[in-house]
Design a protein around this ligand. Structure first.
Ligand SMILES: C[S@@+](CC[C@H](N)C(=O)[O-])C[C@H]1O[C@@H](n2cnc3c(N)ncnc32)[C@H](O)[C@@H]1O
Length: 376
């Protein structure tokens, strides 16, 4: 009986006889270094595979987080797939696949046969840690993922997909228990580390009273008051959110320096603050509402007071960067707004009366910079 190799070699000899000009194929499988002269060189298709399967990576993270994997491994505890079948009640095959997937994504590392948290998962995915990011992972999974599943619909209709505009006037209208449970925990996750980076990038030492307009869970106020001992803050929020913020402020032991104030930023703002913060507020609304809000800031601030707009800023050419451009699409499925550019914010600030407008860059989950204007 002839082997596959013998058969292939006989076939090659025959082909070479039939077509004398044909170069006989090499005996090994190495691809010729010579490109085909007539064919234009194609870009690699590999980035498309990475884009198309981006959700595989996210879903691996979300499932591992939902199973509490990283919290169980906190403090250097390691696991094997076999042990995971006991602790999480998984079958051996998926337990092994989950651990391998998390290791491939940089969420776990393996040594001496055991998987452990990496510094990334230990710092941000273990419940109770000061910069816990799991709230956002959970919101992305349970709320944003289904909304993004209808992105094509949002693009065609210019309407949100995570709530019904026939029933609500905005994402913040009403007290949907799912929104309440997920949204502000997610904002807190995103905003604590972002606030820390903002406080490091901008010198707030000259200010005494911060008004955090639509301050959500109070993450910025807690973090900035920790960084700046002379600062006091007010979280201006819708009543049901102010209650959430009050809880976080009390937990942080800062109730003596941070107060909450029920109210709406669509009405007149309180006057006794020398710095205003708008973090992830303006990307929720259209240009007319934003310009009007900046005018209200101008009216409420004293001379020398400042307003800080903290956002994932789209570049002025509107070509990226990806976190800002994709956050902008996230605003399509969630709001009437979009992520604006530093040039757009600067023009609105100027029109509202602010001067010495500058953009200070930093790198954080929820912002890549802040546009600041001073009231003359
Ligand atoms: C995207 S969140 C940003 C929260 C916070 N600034 C942060 O960065 O973590 C938008 C916030 O605006 C608040 N908000 C919406 N409409 C408001 C209004 N009319 N008055 C006050 N706050 C409002 C929401 O409750 C929500 O907490």
């Amino acid at each position: 009986m002839r082997s596959n190799l013998q058969r292939a070699s006989a076939r090659t000899t025959m082909l070479a006889r039939e077509r004398p000009n044909r170069i006989p194929p090499a005996h090994n499988l190495t691809v010729s270094a010579q490109p085909h002269a007539a064919e234009p060189e194609l870009p690699s298709a590999v980035p498309l595979m990475a884009l198309s399967t981006g959700f595989w990576a996210f879903k691996t993270l979300a499932a591992a987080h939902a199973l509490d994997l990283f919290s169980r491994l906190a403090g250097g505890k390691g696991t094997t797939a076999g042990e995971l079948t006991q602790t999480l009640g998984l079958h051996q095959r998926p337990a092994e696949m989950l651990l391998t997937g998390c290791a491939a994504l940089g969420l776990l590392e393996k040594s001496h046969g055991r998987y452990r948290n990496t510094p990334l998962s230990e710092a941000y995915l273990v419940r109770g840690k000061p910069y816990y990011f799991g709230g956002f992972v959970q919101m992305a999974d349970k709320r944003l993922y289904p909304g993004w599943n209808k992105l094509d619909e949002a693009l065609r209709t210019n309407r949100p997909t995570t709530w019904d505009p026939a029933v609500q006037s905005s994402i913040f209208d009403g007290e949907d228990p799912l929104v309440l449970a997920l949204f502000w925990e997610a904002m807190h996750s995103l905003s604590t580390m972002t606030a820390r980076k903002l406080g490091e990038a901008v010198d707030l030492g000259q200010f005494r009273r911060l008004l955090d307009i639509g301050g959500g869970s109070g993450a910025y106020d807690i973090e900035l008051c920790k960084q700046y001992g002379g600062l006091r803050a007010t979280v201006l929020e819708l009543p049901h959110v102010a209650t959430i913020a009050a809880g976080k402020i009390a937990e942080a032991g800062l109730a003596d320096r941070i107060e909450t104030m029920d109210g709406s930023f669509f009405e007149q703002l309180p006057k006794n603050h020398d710095v205003h913060l708008l973090s992830m507020i303006l990307h929720d609304w259209d240009e007319a509402k934003n310009r009007a809000l900046l005018r209200r800031c101008f009216d409420a601030l004293p001379s020398g007071g400042a307003v800080m707009i903290s956002e994932l800023l789209v570049n002025d050419e509107k070509t990226g960067p990806a976190p800002a451009a994709l956050m902008s699409l996230n605003m399509l499925i969630e709001t009437e707004g979009r992520n604006y550019t530093s040039a757009e914010y600067s023009a609105w600030l100027e029109d509202a009366g602010f001067r010495q407008i500058e953009t200070i860059r930093f790198d954080a989950p929820a912002a890549n910079g802040t546009v600041i204007g001073l009231k003359p």
